[in-house]
Design a protein around this ligand. Sequence first.
Ligand SMILES: [Zn+2]
Ligand SMILES: [Zn+2]
Length: 288
Amino acid sequence: MDAIVAISLSALAMTLIVGVRYLLASGGFALATRWRHRDLYAGLDPQIRREIGWSLASAAIYGVPAGVLAWGWQAHGWTRIYEDVHAYPLWYLPVSVLLYLVAHDAWFYWTHRWMHRPRVFKLAHAVHHASRPPTAWAAMAFHPIEAVSGAVAIPLLVLVIPIHVAALGLVLTIMTVMGVTNHMGWEIFPKFMWGGRLGGWLITASHHQRHHERYGCNYGLYFRFWDRLCGTDDGLGDFTRSHQQARARAARGAGGGTAGERGAGGLARRVDRADALGEGHDPRVPHR
Ligand SMILES: [Zn+2]
Ligand SMILES: [Zn+2]
């Protein structure tokens, strides 16, 4: 009985931590977005409310396995998480972080690709793609089925691959920051991280933007390795259209604005209609 209470409290605590972490990270980057690109999320309030709702539900789904594992780690030493930094050689610290990112990326690529099969897409993944364009709040906007597939990844890894507790904290921080920034609608990282040689292998907002534009490509999470190996890499997206739509929405919201802004409004309506036509599109096929 004591164990059930302890597990429940641990799951509740983890749910709160994941939920608050989401609100702080997405809220922080949404503020940064308002500062850098004032109207980028103009007119998206109903969508943002949906994104926050799905994300907070996902926080509970992420919190439960994490809470059970945290309890098992403390009470029974279930996991390979270690606290003595000298338990493994120091060079293993960065290697463990890389191992986690590579393994999580592979898990994400294949489960994400599976969720783009038409029937699974409709059931489990359409919720995430309902964000058009996604915002910083879409980081955890998943249907519960998708949330489960994401929530089990790190708990499974801590059972198998040794990692220092601080290195695990770094992995979770990278996961959170990339989850938010990949959906933000603009590039916060310096160009060498998404252009040039290094950018050819790393995933940032420019790469994931294209996934949200065309669906059937760019499935990865951190690295472009699997996309390139499997021929699903379709290069970098272009934020211009999102920014044009935002300007047009802001102009519509302001009651029509100038003639130039009304022109932009017409463009946005055409783009919106094109998006609506893409609704029934086969999610495996690049959406152009
Ligand atoms: Zn996404
Ligand atoms: Zn997708």
